[in-house]
Design a protein around this ligand. Sequence first.
Ligand code: GLA
Length: 379
Amino acid sequence: MSLQAYITQAFQRRFGQPPAFVVRAPGRVNLIGEHTDYNDGFVLPMAIDRAVWIALRPRPDSRVLVHSLDLDRSAQFSLLGLHYEDAGWVEYVKGVAWALQQAGYQLTGWEGVLAGDVPRGAGLSSSAAVELATARAFQVVSGFPWDPPLMARLGQKAENQWVGMNCGIMDQMISAAGEADHALLIDCRSLATTSVPLPPGAVVVILDTATRRGLVDSAYNERRAQCEAAARYFGVPALRDMSMERFAAEAGGLDAVTMRRARHVISENERTLAAAGAMQAGNAVELGLLMDASHVSMRDDFEISGPALNIMVECAQEEPGCFGARMTGGGFAGCAVALVEADMAQTFAANVAARYRARAGLTPALYVSTASAGASIEQ
Ligand code: GLA
């Protein structure tokens, strides 16, 4: 059964009538451009065919009642006085309500059920999917226009200031603005997007290492601080404003760690722009090589890979039909992504899974993913 049918039936059982609306917002996989978003740089993610869904109806009062089918937990709150309560998943819902109110939107209450198939903590942006599905839910009951970049900014604000995770804009932006069958080159300074098709004959395979990140907020914030320190050293607003030529000429006075962090971000921005060009030219080989180089840069310079991710990437790169592979997302655990010849994808997935199981002693999940549209109203 599709998630849409499942969630519609669950709503019907709970409320005794069909939902007024069904909305969804996808998770994402980033093809290239990692830890560049908070440096005002470029990213190249695609929205995946896994999403968070909400079936709902408006309420005549200012309350929000939501039941998570995945967790079998209910939560409710009033829009008239939002408070952070450290209540887990519902804080993402509340945080979006708060950010929308801060932006001046008059919100209508609603009640509904929520479910999703974006694995949590895997680096596929399940929290951004909850945020954008929530924004869509408020939009459809409250009747304001849908503006993807603005909704992405408000989702990010919820995450930064309500939940307390200091993420960049990539995850919310692709969940809001994704396009079917395309990746999006996002300029994280202007939020201008360019949609680029996947190279013909190639598919994207998500390789979940079955490891989950622990407390990595501190490592993330440390990377941000190092990037900001490097930008100050070079005298630029953000590392986005640096070229590799200028880096080579001026980096000599940086300490070794900050130098490596900056080199990752500056070179990754250049790779990301080159990758978008390769996709526009339909060149899967070139895109794959850039993904391989991105992994090396994350592993050695930015130091955000991990043993399981490195094993997975090696297993993928060894397999015939693989154009390229890299870890994806925030890092340390979770998923890698590979670009694979379409007609070899099934054999690729089976062989890489077996090899990874033998080497890492863990059972991975591998799936071919198509690129889907951003947050939408499905009913
Ligand atoms: C996490 C953050 C994003 C981005 C990536 C790394 O997914 O939420 O904003 O910084 O890490 O590219």
